[in-house]
Design a protein around this ligand. Structure first.
Ligand SMILES: [Zn+2]
Length: 421
């Protein structure tokens, strides 16, 4: 009991400094309501742990000037690695969750797993070498990968586009390279976590996260907790059958939703694509298709994308009975006309009660950095388990759904810059 009380006092002092930046002993005593010996004890503990440091003295109010304390966000750094074959994204975050460096690289060879793994490690090492001043203080890393995973065992069981990739011990391999602990998560969870803490979603929120990437990823979030499933793919809407005996899918089945609406499906509408400019090509293609001035051929393609996207959205809204959807990925390239039309087409497939409550919110987080950032945020959580570094208590007088990261505030109210449709 007393240990738990001590821990809560430690968190109280730490969170005060995280929220306010700098504070004197008197301020900490006054604001936390704890005694001076208690605050002193836990400040000492946090100083020894390297999380709090002294920052000069404040203005004197007559007596000796007070010593100031601050949260030391540069006491360590976490690395995020997001693998989305055929590319990988890295991000380095400080202990406040701010990104200090990021990079996106194409994977050149998509051959046997060992070769892909070797290249991934070379790219990781190169990124860390480029930021040696920061990466030398690496404390933890997060790895995010799409496909099927065994989070507990640290295995990537299978991943799209790599046929021979089975049961690869991705976590232990990266731990060996970095000589630091690594936490493994599904890529969609990394995107969802980034959205929860620095995007348009909010702490404690209930919503569906729907990612329109190379494939389709869905995560239902209840009270801030994503529902992942045994192999990380709960809500795997991309491989639900929407056209019996339809197009052949990567997974071996026919008529999967992803064959009609996904980055992969978009490539079908693009011309002369080489493996390494797929991102650009997809982005250009969708921008062209979602533009209102499209020609007759593109009009049919656009209709197909909108129609099947609406089917996918309506299916997951029905499945989880959750009408608030955050859309990310290529769909965010669409402008207001596309967004309004998509909402109308989705609502037309829903029962009136759900349709009336449905809203589509479009992510504003830059891709592909969001995945790496989310992976790193998982590492940050693991590194500071005693005080979830992503949840800073809201100061009195602020609305409860505002979260602070990077010193900035993000919310999803109607006056936020991300409009709802
Ligand atoms: Zn499929």
């Amino acid at each position: 009991m007393s240990q738990r009380l001590g821990e809560s006092n430690r968190i109280l002092v730490l969170n005060h400094l995280r929220r306010h930046g700098v504070a004197s002993m008197d301020q900490l005593v006054r604001d936390t309501g704890r005694s001076q010996p208690t605050v002193l004890k836990w400040l000492g503990s946090l100083e020894r742990a390297g999380l709090v440091r002294r920052r000069g003295v404040g203005a004197s109010s007559g007596g000796r000037p007070p010593t100031l304390f601050e949260y030391d966000a540069s006491a360590g750094y976490v690395l995020g690695v997001a693998v989305e074959i055929p590319s990988v994204t890295f991000a380095l975050l400080d202990l406040s969750g701010s990104t200090v460096a990021s990079e996106h690289s194409a994977i050149q060879g998509l051959g046997p797993p060992a070769a892909v793994h070797h290249e991934l490690h070379q790219l990781t090492q190169r990124f860390l070498d480029q930021h040696a001043g920061v990466s030398s203080r690496l404390v933890h890393a997060g790895l995010a990968i799409s496909g099927f995973i065994d989070r507990d065992a640290g295995l990537s069981l299978a991943t799209p586009r790599l046929r021979d990739w089975h049961d690869v011990p991705v976590r232990s391999e990266l731990e060996r390279l970095l000589e630091r602990p690594v936490v493994l998560n599904h890529h969609i969870d990394a995107l969802t976590l980034a959205e929860l803490h620095v995007g348009v979603a909010h702490v404690g929120g209930d919503f569906l996260f729907f990612d329109f990437g190379y494939g389709l990823g869905v995560r239902a979030v209840r009270a801030g907790h994503p529902l992942a499933g045994r192999f990380g793919n709960a809500g795997l809407v991309g491989h639900t059958t929407v056209v019996p005996d339809g197009r052949l899918c990567l997974c071996g089945n026919r008529g999967c939703l992803e064959e009609y609406v996904s980055g992969r499906a978009l490539l079908r509408h693009a011309e002369a694509v080489s493996a390494h400019d797929e991102d650009d090509t997809i982005a250009r293609t969708i921008a062209r298709l979602l533009d209102d001035g499209v020609g007759a051929r593109d009009l049919a393609a656009r209709d197909e994308i909108e129609r099947f996207l609406a089917i996918g959205l309506a299916n997951v809204i029905n499945t989880f009975e959750q009408p608030h959807v955050v859309l990310s990925g290529f769909a965010t390239a669409g402008g207001p006309v596309f967004r309004t039309r998509l909402l109308e087409r989705t609502c037309a497939l829903l029962q009136p009660t759900l349709a009336a409550a449905t809203s589509l919110t479009f992510s504003a987080l830059p891709r592909p950095e969001a995945g790496a950032r989310g992976a790193a945020l998982f590492a940050l959580r693991q590194h500071l388990p005693f005080a979830d570094p992503l949840v800073v208590p809201v100061p009195t007088g602020r609305r409860p759904h505002v979260t602070e990261i990077d010193g900035a505030s993000t919310d999803v109210s109607a006056d936020a810059p991300h409009a709802q449709y």
